[in-house]
Design a protein around this ligand. Structure first.
Ligand SMILES: [Zn+2]
Length: 168
């Protein structure tokens, strides 16, 4: 799964790599950031390496399993933007995303979340509705388990729009 946690097009000068503690030490994720966005790495444990400018800031190669990637989206941007987290919904992802969509649509109507560009926030509302719809289809059996990959892709799109909305 490829994620893009900034919309910055500056080359990366730091790479954070996290490997599994199990035998084989497989790569769990690799995150690359530019100098200005290095602070975003604070919440990402792993081995840090500074290097010559390469690739693009914000690119995150995420090899973790479904549950952990959903948890990561919840922790990294969903809860701060919408106040919703699966831990407040008995782990129910569909319920969480629908609540997040409703919260942001209402917040947008009145004031919009502080620090977020209102026009781009409209895009997050649409992307969250789409993600919630996929999660609901998984939950009610309309979509098969394969739709989990589609949900992760939808969450990645929402994540990148959210980064654009807060100017990251
Ligand atoms: Zn950057």
């Amino acid at each position: 799964m490829l994620r893009q946690i900034t919309t910055c097009d500056v080359p990366a000068v730091q790479t954070i790599e996290h490997r599994s503690r199990k035998a084989g030490r497989t790569l769990e994720y690799r995150l690359q950031l530019c100098g200005r966005h290095r602070w975003l790495a604070r919440s990402w444990p792993g081995r840090r390496e500074a290097h010559e400018p390469v690739g693009r800031c914000g690119t995150l190669l995420d090899h973790r399993d479904y549950d952990r990637v959903v948890e990561s989206h919840a922790n990294e941007w969903l809860v701060s933007l919408t106040t919703q987290h699966p831990s407040n919904h008995h782990g129910d992802v569909a319920e969480t995303l629908r609540a997040a969509h409703i919260f942001l649509a209402k917040a947008r109507e009145y004031i919009g979340p502080p620090g977020y560009r209102a026009d781009i926030t409209d895009g997050i509302v649409v992307a969250l509705d789409h993600a919630a719809r996929i999660a609901e289809s998984i939950a009610d059996g309309t979509a098969g388990e394969a739709a989990r990959a589609q949900l992760l892709a939808a969450l990645s799109v929402a994540e990148t729009i959210a980064a654009a909305a807060r100017g990251a």
